[in-house]
Every structure is written in C-alpha cells, then in structure tokens.
Design a protein around this ligand. Sequence first.
Ligand code: GAP
Length: 463
Amino acid sequence: MSEKKDDNLMEKIVSLCKRRGFVFPSSEIYGGFAAVYDYGNYGSELSKNIKNEWWKAMVQLREDIVGLDSGIVMSPRIWEASGHVSGFSDPLAECKNCHARLRVDHLLEDAGVFADEKMSEEEINELFKANLDKIKCPTCGKHDFSDARKFNLLVKSNLGNFTSNWDKDPVYLRGETCQGIYVNYKNVLNSARVKVPFGIAQIGKAFRNEITARQFIFRTREFEQMEMQYFVKPEQEMEEYEKLRQARWNYYLELGIKKENLKWHKHENLVFYAKEAYDIEYNFPFGFKELEGIHARGDYDLSQHGKFSGKNLSYVDPETNESYLPHIIESSVGVGRTMLAVLTDAYAEEAVDGEIRTVLKFPPRLAPIKVAIFPLLKNKPELVGKAHEIYDELKKNYMCEFDDSGNIGKRYRRQDEIGTPYCVTVDFESLEDEAVTVRDRDTMTQERIKIAELERYLENKLK
Ligand code: GAP
C-alpha cells in the first residue's frame, strides 16, 4: 500500500492544468466524457517534449534500436495470439450502498492480498469473500459488495465489416503498442541493418476499457504509450535486462526527476512466462504508483505469434548460423503518466513579498515555452517594436511567447505558472543601451544582457 502525500496537491495540479491550458476534460460542452482528456496549447507542447526526450534516449542515441509506427487497428488474430481476447480483463464489483464501481484486485491489494490476473471469476470471488472483513468501500466505507465480474479491457470497433452483426466479429483498437512491434520484427530484421541484440521502439495511442479510470491522466481509456522491445539471445536475457533497468532509471534522473520521488517495485507474483518484472514507481500526489514497467518476457510473444500466424519467427545468427527464437525484454511507459509525474515534480508554491507564487519548475528541455518576451508598456510603439523584433528572432529556435498585457509582475506570475524558464523585458533603457532584462524563473534574479548576446546567453542556459 502506498502512503498519501497531499490531497490538495492533485486538485491544485488539475485546476492549474485546466486554467492554463495543459489538460482539458474531454467533450466538456456535451457534459464530459469519462477517462479521456484533451491536451491544450501547453499540454500538447509538454507531451511532445516528453516524447522527443524518450525518442532521443531510445532511438537517436542508440545504435542498436530503431523506430516503428504501426497501425492502431490490426488483425484481430494478433489479440487472440497475445492472450488479450481471452485474458485481458479486470474484476469489477459494485458497492451496494453507494454504487461505486471498484476493481476487486485493487481492493484486495490495498488489503495486502494478491489476486493473480489469470484467476477465474469464481476464484476471485472466493478470495474476495475470504478477505471481506479487511476491505471497505473507499467511497463510503461500507462492506457490502456485489459479486466480482470480469470485464475485458479491449476496445472493440468495426472496420471494413458491413454486416449487421459486426459485434460478433470485431476488430480491436490496440490495447498496447508493443504487439505492432512483435508482428513487424521480421520486417525490421529484413530491412534495417540490425542484428540480435537489437530493439524496436514505438510511441502511439493505446485504448483500454478501464473500469475505474480516475486520478486524472494517470489512468485513462485512451492514452499514449512509449514502448521499446529488445530482442536478445535467450542466455543473455537477464544480463540485458539488468542493463535496461539501469538505463531506464538513469533516464529519469537525467530528465530531471527528483531521485527521492522514484523507487523500484519488484513484482513478486509473475505471469507464467515472465522471468522478472520491475516497475519504476513515482511518488504521485496519491502516493507511489507505477510509472513504467520493465519486464523480461522470455520467448512468449514471438512463440505465440509464430504459432498463431504459422510463420517461422526464428532468428538465424549471421556469424554462427545458429537458429533460435529471441527472448524479449521490454520497457513500457505512458506519456500521460509521465506528464503527471513531471507536473507533480515541478509544482511548487513559494512565498514572495507576502504573496504565494505558483511555479512549475520544469527542466528547460520539457518546458512548453522556453522564453517569454515582454515590452515594458504596451502603448509605447518603440518598446513593442523592439520586443517583437527579439521575439521574431528567438522564435526561429525556441517556442516563445510575446506578451504585452497587464503589468510586468502579472506577466511573470503567468509565465511562472506555465513553467517558462526565462522572461525577457524590453524597457526604455533598452532603446539606449541595446540591452534587455532577463529574469530567471527559479531564482527570480534579473540580469542585464546585450541584445546581440541574448541568443548565445539563452542557448547556454537552455542546453
Ligand atoms: N506492453 C506492456 C504494457 O502495456 P502495462 O503495465 O499494461 O504494460 C505499461 O502498461 C505502461 O503504460 C504503464 O506503466 C503506464 O505508464 C501506461 N499505462 C497503462 N495503462 C494505462 C492507462 N489506462 N492510462 C494511462 N497510462 C497507462
């Protein structure tokens, strides 16, 4: 069980995200649409920056990993082979008092009892009943629940099927992006200059019929995953797994996430094919929870797809001619979940001159806007013109914002709230000395910098 941090923190983050255009609830003018969120102007920048950092670490800086962008809708057979059609389900019960819908495996977990995902409905209910005295409804505190029922998480759709009973023969929106990687593994081997060990990385949307989607963008029904599957020689699986675990831990530190907010969680109860599984957990406003999963999956994925497709997915070592089915180790993390971790890590309230300033202390690489440019006064054309000239230059290299509304203090507060690392002000002196004031978000110190040196100055700071 994870300890709670600060109930208000989550509310504050949700409210800031809406107010400042990071995250909007879906379909709001139609009364809302549960467990889907839309990213606004700053949210879409933040999410793009998160994906770029991941892609850089996983693909650009790695000789042994290549990218992929596979379809969201694929052959339904893929989801039969992967086990999702028969086994990808969550057990749901309803509180008879307040009618809250609850995940029974989560209720059991909070009571210190593990429920294997392979358990039948009957087995889950036995376990649920045996532990009922330890479990209460998190919404109303009562102990009176309906029986648990298992609900499949795959989202069904209809594509190219023009019969009236398409529901009997559906396609599925992918429940995880990695299946697109497994089924393209031979294509990549035959087209890219890779040999085992090598990896395939993909970023893309995934969909799950989550029963209890809550906690904002932590668990949603439509989300983006960043997944990398690494294909290794069977006897090297655990050695490569340890390397991947280390690389992923270091990645978060290099990204600027505070070390004290990260921890490892080892899975004690593994699915039958897994050799080892760890999560990197982040200290979200509601406690430590899974941010990323890193799993040693053995040959399960390729052997299932080999069996179901009838194709030989073995790898032939070009040097030794040895033939084998590679084992797979994976790293899998959600974009939205990373975004919530980044927002939580960055959120700060500080007392300044008797007032509280709210600031998002994003690492500069992740900040949606890198530099804001202000003329001191909006009704002085010479200041506005000069500030616009600077904006027009800087925007060629950075996401910038030009702002001439309200007093300077208010403009600083607004940029603090969206996490802009630097604000540049053009004042009357600038017209004389060709210099501007640069204000640092975190220290709030101000420096006078020559306009001719501004770009180099910012480049060094934002690196
Ligand atoms: N291919 C392995 C896989 O999909 P998972 O533990 O189900 O494993 C991996 O998901 C990661 O994807 C999670 O650690 C989380 O970051 C993200 N994720 C999973 N379900 C999610 C959801 N409903 N909403 C947001 N992110 C989710």
